[in-house]
Design a protein around this ligand. Structure first.
Ligand SMILES: NC(=O)c1ccc[n+]([C@@H]2O[C@H](COP(=O)([O-])OP(=O)(O)OC[C@H]3O[C@@H](n4cnc5c(N)ncnc54)[C@H](OP(=O)(O)O)[C@@H]3O)[C@@H](O)[C@H]2O)c1
Length: 359
C-alpha cells in the first residue's frame, strides 16, 4: 500500500510503498477513503508539541473507510462496512485505568508508548489496522460523503467532554475557545445535545457573528478584552441563565488567566470540563481558588478524547439531523500531496473548515 511516513521530526513526510498491515485476532483492516488533517499537524510533525510519538510512523489521527478484513472475534462487522476508525486506542489489560495511545498521533506515558509500538500507524495511508472495537460503524454513505464524515474526529472531542460532564437538555453552557476549531464544534455539539443556550466568548468578531448566523439565538457571543475580571463579568451578563457547565478547549498558547476568567463563570454546583492544550508546553499552572471550588461545590472534569461508545452515539445525533455535517467546508488532497495538505490545514485553520487526505 501507499503511505505517508514521518521519519524525523522537522522533515517532510515521504510517500512510499510499504507492506500492507497484517491483522491478528482482535484487529480489523480498513481501506481509508478520507482522513482529516488538523490545523496544528505541522506543530506535531516539527516536534514543537512534544507529543510522544515514536518514529518512523505513518501519522494521521482517525479516518473514514471501508472494512477490508475482519478477525474471527468480529460478530457484526462485515467486509465493505463503512466505519470511523476511532484513534483512541485503549489497552485491554488495564482494568480500571487502561493505557491510551492516539494511533498515529501521540501517547500518554510509558504505557501508552508501549501500546503505540503495536497500534502505531495512523490514517495517512491506503490501509490502517485498528483494534476491532475501534472500527465504529457509521452506516451507509457514498464515497463522496466520506470527507465530511471526517468531522467526527473533531466533533467527538467536545462530545466526550459533555458526556463526562453529563450535560442535560435545557442547560446553559459556556465554551471557552468557542471561536476555535474544536470550540466551534463544542458549540454545535452542546446545541445538538439540547443546551438551552451556549455562551460563546472570543476575540474574533467575524467568527462570533458566524456562530450566531449558523445556530441562531441560542448562541450568545461575548467579546473578550483580555482583562480577566471584566471578561468574567461580561460572560456572566451575556448569559440568560446561570451557567451550568463550562468547557475550556483553548490551545497551548493561551494564558491561564484567560481560561480562569471563563471557568469561574460557572454557577454553584456547576461542572467545569478541561480539554484544552493549556500548560502542555509549560508555563504557569492553572490556579483556581480552593475556597471557590469547595464552597461552591464545583466539579472539575479533565477529559482526553471520548469514551468508547461516544462515536456510535454521535452518529445517531447526525443521523437524526440534530448535527449537520454540511456545516463543514472540505478541501481534499491526494496522498501524494500530503505535505501540501499539512500546510493548507495550518493556513486554513478555524471553525467548520476541514482539510482531508483521500488516499
Ligand atoms: N482534550 C482533548 O481530547 C483534545 C483533543 C484535541 C485537541 N485538544 C486541544 O484543543 C486545542 C484547541 O485546538 P483548536 O484547533 O480548536 O485551536 P484553535 O482553532 O487554534 O483555537 C483558537 C482559539 O483560541 C482562542 N485564543 C487564542 N489566543 C487567545 C488569547 N490570547 N485570548 C483569548 N482567546 C485566545 C481563539 O479565539 P479568537 O480567535 O477569538 O481570538 C480561538 O477561540 C488544541 O490545541 C489541543 O491542545 C484537546
Amino acid at each position: 500500500m501507499k503511505a505517508a511516513i514521518l521519519k524525523a521530526f522537522g522533515s517532510p513526510l515521504a510517500v512510499e510503498t510499504v507492506p500492507d498491515p497484517v491483522p491478528g485476532t482482535g484487529e480489523v483492516v480498513v481501506d481509508i477513503v478520507a482522513a482529516g488533517v488538523l490545523s496544528y499537524t505541522s506543530e506535531v510533525f516539527s516536534g514543537a508539541r512534544k507529543y510522544l510519538l515514536e518514529l518512523p510512523v505513518i501519522p494521521g489521527v482517525g479516518g473514514i473507510g471501508r472494512v477490508s478484513s475482519v478477525g474471527p472475534d468480529a460478530t457484526k462487522l462485515a467486509i465493505g462496512d463503512w466505519v470511523f476508525c476511532d484513534p483512541t486506542v485503549r489497552s485491554r489489560d488495564g482494568g480500571l485505568a487502561p493505557d491510551i495511545t492516539l494511533q498515529g498521533w501521540s501517547a500518554r506515558g510509558p504505557g501508552g508508548l508501549k501500546l503505540q509500538q503495536h497500534f502505531r500507524h495512523g490514517s495517512f495511508a491506503q490501509k490502517i489496522m485498528v483494534p476491532t472495537e475501534n472500527a465504529k460503524p457509521i452506516g451507509p454513505i457514498t464515497e463522496s460523503e466520506a470527507a465530511q464524515w471526517c468531522a467526527l474526529s473533531t466533533l467527538l472531542v467536545p462530545y466526550g467532554g459533555f458526556l463526562a460532564a453529563n450535560l442535560q437538555a435545557g442547560e446553559t453552557v459556556l465554551v471557552s475557545g468557542a471561536t476555535g476549531k474544536f470550540g466551534s464544534c463544542a458549540v454545535a455539539i452542546a446545541l445538538a445535545m439540547g443546551a438551552a443556550h451556549v455562551i460563546a466568548p472570543g476575540r474574533n468578531e467575524a467568527v462570533r457573528a458566524d456562530l450566531v448566523r449558523r445556530f441562531g439565538e441560542r448562541v450568545r457571543t461575548v467579546k473578550l478584552t483580555g482583562n480577566e475580571d471584566d471578561d468574567r463579568e461580561r460572560m456572566r451578563q451575556a448569559s440568560p441563565a446561570p451557567i451550568d457547565c463550562v468547557m475550556d478547549i483553548m490551545p497551548p498558547s493561551v494564558s491561564t488567566s484567560v481560561v480562569r476568567a471563563a471557568l469561574m463563570t460557572v454557577r454553584p454546583y456547576g461542572r467545569v470540563v478541561l480539554m484544552g492544550g493549556v500548560g502542555m508546553l509549560g508555563g504557569a499552572g492553572l490556579e483556581l481558588p480552593y475556597p471557590w471550588i469547595m464552597r461552591n461545590c464545583i466539579t472539575i472534569h479533565g477529559v482526553w478524547m471520548c469514551p468508547p461508545d461516544a462515536p456510535v452515539k454521535l452518529v445517531q445525533l447526525i443521523r437524526a439531523g440534530l448535527l449537520r455535517l454540511d456545516q463543514f467546508a472540505v478541501t481534499s488532497f491526494a496522498l501524494d500531496q500530503v505535505n501540501e495538505a499539512v500546510t493548507h490545514a495550518a493556513e486554513h485553520a478555524g471553525p467548520f473548515k476541514m482539510t482531508v487526505i483521500r488516499p
